[in-house]
Design a protein around this ligand. Structure first.
Ligand code: ADP
Ligand code: MG
Length: 319
């Protein structure tokens, strides 16, 4: 199978088509229509075998996750995803592998109303690069830089399950079998919080997705907003899988540092609390207030008794 056969039989098979795609896969480049009153939001992320996913990861999960992490970045801008490109490096052209990879990729793409409009295929150790493009009404994207003193800090979902799953897969932590499907699913098939990101437009003062760990990613908001924060570590939403596997302190340490959760972390002005609850009421996504923005720089951790928690305030670093 040459690359043209691969494109024809696997990558150019998406059933969902968007009206704003003028020209999709097949020419030298794709053409899309950007509405006049909108801005184009562009992001890219690469997943490398052995680094971003264990070598034995299923091709379906690779396809799903490569797209999910990019859609998570689109969500973290408060944007609506529209188009993606896919640059793949593969060891060999295996039809079962390609079929499963595309199945994972297109399942999430169709569900998210996202069209694959182009890409590239090369030969080598597995590496998957997705570029996602989204739309946001002019000036309405939610940046990392808008958090103000007194703002409330929230996270979506549970924090730390993906990290727990990784520790489990690497045989570093023994997790009860009842939790295996749940946490492994959390690691391989994170749900990009697209509806929540959109609902936060005009409301959140700052927004980021948690890919490198809560402490590190909240740290980016603090740095770019030039503020600090105090977090009540006992408010961090932890799953039963996590609390029943690790000690209280270990569970919190993991939630603060482990990456790959792809939940959102955001801040809102205090007086907007009721508005937030109103807007998120119809979205099936848990959200929890974990702390508050301070004028004093840096991240301070406390427990429920107000006692300082000695925990890590940085996360996963690639270099
Ligand atoms: P070129 O040599 O002009 O870059 P290619 O032969 O690489 O063109 O690709 C032909 C067409 O197929 C282009 O439209 C390209 O965007 C698309 N394409 C290539 N690889 C992929 C892929 N993995 N997924 C989706 N589209 C792809
Ligand atoms: Mg090419």
């Amino acid at each position: 199978m040459n690359e043209f056969d691969m494109i024809k039989h696997y990558f150019n098979t998406q059933t969902m088509h968007r009206d704003d795609v003028v020209l999709g896969i097949g020419d030298d480049a794709a053409i899309v229509n950007v509405p006049k009153d909108h801005e184009l939001v562009v992001t890219t992320d690469t997943l490398v075998e052995g680094i971003h996913f264990p070598v034995e990861t299923l091709p379906y999960d690779m396809g799903y996750k490569a797209l999910a992490v990019n859609l998570s970045d689109i969500a973290a801008m408060g944007a609506n995803p529209a188009w993606v490109t896919l640059a793949l490096t593969l060891r060999e052209a295996q039809s079962v592998w390609l079929q499963d990879f595309c199945s994972g990729f297109f399942t999430l793409a169709n569900r998210s109303n996202v069209q694959l409009i182009g890409g590239d295929i090369t030969h080598g150790p597995i590496s998957i690069t997705v570029q996602a493009m989204g739309l946001v009404p002019k000036g309405q994207a939610i940046l990392r830089s808008g958090a103000k003193e007194g703002d409330l800090i929230y996270v979506t979902g549970h924090i730390g399950d993906a990290g727990l799953a990784l520790a489990h897969l690497q045989n570093k932590t023994k997790v009860d079998t009842v939790y295996h499907p749940l946490i492994v699913n959390q690691l391989h098939r994170p749900e990009p919080r697209l509806a929540t990101g959109l609902a936060l437009r005009g409301l959140a003062s700052a927004l980021i997705d948690i890919s490198d760990g809560l402490a590190a990613d909240l740290g980016h908001i603090l740095e770019q907003s030039k503020v600090g924060a105090k977090i009540n570590v006992d408010q961090i939403p932890l799953s039963a899988a996590l609390t029943n596997t690790l000690s209280h302190d270990e569970a919190i340490q993991l939630a603060l540092t482990a990456g790959d959760d792809y939940e959102l972390c955001f801040t809102i002005p205090q007086h907007q609390r009721a508005e937030l609850e109103h807007r998120l009421a119809s979205i099936a996504c848990r959200y929890t207030c974990i702390g508050q923005i301070t004028a004093t720089l840096g991240l301070k951790l406390y427990d429920q008794n107000g006692i300082e928690f000695n925990g890590p305030t940085t996360g996963y670093k690639h270099f």
